[in-house]
Design a protein around this ligand. Structure first.
Ligand SMILES: Cc1ncc(COP(=O)(O)O)c(C=O)c1O
Length: 372
């Protein structure tokens, strides 16, 4: 009996596990983690109103959800001062990134991004047969000029930027982003046009007056946002895209229409209606980042400035960063680090609760004494 051949794209993909979850490591180590601060989830939980709305919605799961996600989209649109036709939902930004890549990229097309950028974007580019072109980070920030030059040189169909960035935590305000858009305009004269994906997963953690205003008449740009971070709903899987109406209508050709569950829609809606909760998370994360900065300073390690819910600790070399991280993982702290050259000296530490931070601080000091 012969096995039918896989598609050429899939047959040529390396065998990968997209993300090794903490659950996998717990199974391997035969013990649970004491602190889970490796995946930039929110340690501060979910809004009590969202939790109640999700419990209530759970009783209704015999029925399919609203495939248009109408109520949630309407509320998001009102919040951003746009029309409901400018918003679509997805099962997190991860889902939306796959859809956008599918909408704009043909197999073999070039796509521009930073070397070591958010891996799920790369995963989708590979998975749909694209060609990832990269430029390195510069001074631990995305190099915006090099990125647009790269897009021009390679005739990229998509330029991807996470702002604030994962894994560095760095952030560019509105002037830098509108300059980037101006450079993309010039680029349009040499290539048929390059879509700019602005991944704003961590936007809740930046001062609102620094954010590029939303302009849904601009067809060059898709902005993606999530309930996974400040809203504390990573496990529910809800994100959304804001874009020109034509683009949002095109999402309908490829999106999974029941992909954002009834429970997730209800939770996100209730969380949106609880801005005080989100503000309290942002404040708690601020305090946690300051704790980490002090811990790094105390232990003679530098840390990168961050506008996210994590801080990147800089160990100078990939080897040292790997040793520290792996030792902490063995002792019960779930952490992750980037693998890309230039960034592999970093270990990313998510802001945990004060209790998480106390445990982490104790273990970190212990391990730093042993390794240095
Ligand atoms: C830059 C960036 N984009 C997207 C995501 C994933 O977001 P979601 O949970 O909405 O899929 C993350 C999660 O860590 C991220 O760091």
């Amino acid at each position: 009996m012969s096995r039918p051949p896989y598609s050429e794209i899939v047959a040529n993909l390396p065998s990968v596990t997209p993300f090794v979850g903490p659950e996998t490591i717990e199974r391997q180590q035969g013990k649970p983690f004491r602190v889970r601060i490796g995946a930039n989830e929110s340690a501060f939980g979910v809004s009590p109103r969202a939790a109640a709305a999700m419990s209530e919605a759970a009783r209704g799961v015999a029925w399919y959800c609203d495939p248009e996600g109408y109520e949630l989209r309407a509320e998001l649109a009102a919040m951003h001062g746009v029309d409901i036709g400018n918003v679509t939902l997805g099962a997190g930004i991860d889902d939306l990134l796959g859809l956008i890549v599918r909408m704009y990229m043909d197999p073999g097309d070039a796509v521009a991004a930073s070397l070591g950028c958010y891996p799920t974007f790369v995963y989708h580019v590979d998975g749909f047969g694209g060609r990832l072109e990269t430029v390195p980070y510069r001074n631990d920030r995305n190099d915006l000029t090099a990125l647009t030059d790269l897009a021009e040189r390679t005739k990229a169909c998509i330029l991807y930027l996470a702002n604030p960035d994962n894994p560095t935590g760095s952030y560019y305000g509105s002037n830098a982003i509108s300059d980037l858009l101006d450079r993309l305009d010039r680029l349009e004269r040499v290539s048929p046009g390059c879509l700019f994906i602005l991944d704003e997963a961590y936007l809740d953690f930046v001062p609102p007056d620094t954010v590029l205003p939303i302009d849904v008449d601009d067809p060059r740009l898709v902005r993606v946002r999530t309930f996974s971070k400040a809203h504390g709903m990573a496990g529910a899987r809800v994100g959304y895209a804001i874009a020109h109406k034509d683009i949002i209508r095109t999402f309908d050709k490829v999106r999974l229409h029941f992909g954002v569950s009834l429970v997730a829609q209800a939770g996100a809606l209730a969380s949106l209606r609880d801005p005080e909760f989100v503000a309290s998370v942002v404040k708690a994360v601020d305090a946690g980042r300051e704790d980490y900065r002090e811990l790094a300073e105390d232990t003679g390690i530098s840390s990168l400035p961050s506008q996210t819910n994590f801080v990147a600790f800089d160990f100078g070399t990939g080897e040292r960063a790997g040793t520290v991280m792996n030792t902490l993982i063995e002792r019960g702290v779930f952490l992750r680090k980037p693998a890309a050259p230039g960034l592999d000296r970093l270990v990313r530490v998510t802001v945990g609760t004060p209790g998480d931070r106390a445990v982490f601080s104790e273990m970190f000091r212990e391990v730093m004494n042993e390794v240095s």
